[in-house]
Design a protein around this ligand. Sequence first.
Ligand SMILES: O=C(CO)[C@H](O)[C@H](O)COP(=O)(O)O
Length: 219
Amino acid sequence: MTQDELKQAVARAAMQYVEEGTIVGVGTGSTANYFIDYLAEMKGQIEGTVASSEATRARLESHGIPVYDLNAVDDIPVYVDGADEADPNLCLIKGGGGALTREKIIAAVAKKFICIADGSKKVPVLGAFPLPVEVIPMARSHVAREIVKLGGDPVYREGFVTDNGNIILDIHNMQIAQPVKLEHALNNIVGVVTNGLFAARSADVLLLGTENGVETIEK
Ligand SMILES: O=C(CO)[C@H](O)[C@H](O)COP(=O)(O)O
């Protein structure tokens, strides 16, 4: 199977978690895009969605699926999103697409976070994928120096602006043995909006696409 077919398989499998008559949280990226396309098949049966990026909002709306402002919503039973890496405790690195802050906000509100990923995303230890950090533009150099003190190698994602008008520093060369600790340490740097470690709030279920089918890993 190709990587795209594995992504499609997990996106399809995530549909079993969607509850009729509710608001569905929807992530960002190529795997989430497949999920959106499947979600369109039951658009009359859900109340609507909240979107983790402008790209996701546009794709949902192109299918005629209602998208609500998060401030108008108080209950999100299920959030479905992809990941760049997932460890055995379902801690994640996210934000390869730069949508980490809105993704983290929706994950915080949602009762259940279903992560969908092809098998290549499962790793024993997080950190081979560069860890994205969303930063207020004027704090870029300060935050970069603080990241170096934490042992990382920050690289400015040139030309990229987040949906919130900020920049991204990607941290290279960091083996993340203690994800919760690092997540908090990064968030404590003044000028950091958020970082792509989803460890304090990890996924509840990981649907992993493998050659043998979709593997379900629960916390
Ligand atoms: O965190 C994300 C976007 O900010 C994505 O979920 C992550 O980058 C995975 O993307 P893809 O499904 O395209 O592999």
